[in-house]
Design a protein around this ligand. Structure first.
Ligand SMILES: NC(=O)c1ccc[n+]([C@@H]2O[C@H](COP(=O)([O-])OP(=O)(O)OC[C@H]3O[C@@H](n4cnc5c(N)ncnc54)[C@H](O)[C@@H]3O)[C@@H](O)[C@H]2O)c1
Length: 266
């Protein structure tokens, strides 16, 4: 084989939020495969421990930090624990997000302010808090680094299921561009992934028993299937590795070619 070292993450430390499930777990495992040590920053202790065991069995070091990424204090504790364990971090994957505990199609007229604020906090404020803590640490220590934010295709095209989800994810795309512009000269790159449908527990549950809708969704995906968490993880590895050294501020759509959503979730 030729020299693939630019695609490796050997000796790097990667913080992956929400690494106890789905895309976060897939990304943590792919980054560990590429040689990184991993901080599993996750709310659910048991899920985090499961991911941690998988990482250990790949031969990499891991720190489990029970973290609530919507809390500034909790994010601060996670960064402090990362510094104690690994002496710093090189990569941040802002993966936590989603439609919240009651993922149901809702118009703006049905969406209460409380839910608007809580989903904005889960999807956008969480990324602000983690970016701030991570970038502050990089700037203080004079090190470069990489941020990979997870948005959604819903940031770029209408998604009738939730007005706040699309708005928050569009905020993630915008924050990616601004931070890339502000910190490029510090050796910090900031990129974003906008997934389409990925086989993780919540979307799987949403389509449970709706085989017709699922088949209709598959028909609008040019590759004819949903994505797997590790496929998103491999893209995150690329964006966090020296192989993408001239790429920053970008949002990469990973949707199997899908360019719009069919939403009939009520
Ligand atoms: N799955 C998809 O089809 C899809 C599509 C587009 C975008 N996305 C985005 O990808 C990301 C991951 O989605 P997923 O489907 O893998 O999610 P998931 O629900 O499978 O996993 C999310 C993880 O985050 C953890 N978590 C939740 N709140 C947290 C908090 N406050 N602090 C720390 N950890 C917390 C959960 O415990 C869980 O382990 C989300 O941002 C989601 O919006 C997913």
């Amino acid at each position: 084989m030729g020299d693939m070292s630019a695609y490796a993450l050997d000796g790097k430390t990667a913080i992956v939020t929400g690494a106890g499930s789905g895309i976060g777990r897939g990304t943590a495992l792919q980054m560990a495969n590429a040689g990184a040590n991993i901080v599993v920053a996750e709310l659910q202790r048991q899920a985090a421990e499961e991911t941690a065991n998988m990482i250990r069995s790949l031969g990499q070091r891991v720190l489990v930090s029970t973290t609530d990424v919507t809390s500034s204090e909790s994010v601060g504790e996670m960064m402090a624990a990362t510094l104690r364990e690994f002496g710093g971090a090189d990569i941040l994957v802002n993966n936590v997000g989603g439609l919240g505990p009651n993922p149901k199609k809702k118009t703006i007229l049905e969406l209460e302010l409380e839910e608007w604020e809580s989903l904005l906090r889960l999807n956008l404020t969480s990324q602000y808090l983690c970016c701030k803590a991570f970038i502050s640490e990089l700037v203080n220590s004079g090190r470069g680094g990489n941020v990979v934010n997870i948005a959604s295709l819903a940031a770029l095209v209408p998604y009738e299921t939730s007005v706040v989800y699309g708005a928050a994810k569009a905020g993630v795309v915008s924050m990616t561009q601004t931070l890339a512009a502000e910190y490029g000269r510090h050796g910090i790159r900031v990129n974003c992934i906008a997934p389409g449908h990925v086989r993780t527990p919540i979307p799987e549950a949403l389509y449970q028993g709706r085989e017709e809708l699922r088949a209709a969704q598959d028909r609008i995906i040019p590759v004819g299937r949903w994505g797997e968490p590790e496929e998103l993880g491999r893209l995150a590895v690329f964006l966090a590795s020296p192989a993408s050294s001239y790429v920053t501020g970008q949002t990469v759509v990973a949707s199997g070619g899908m360019t719009y959503f069919l939403t009939k979730l009520h």
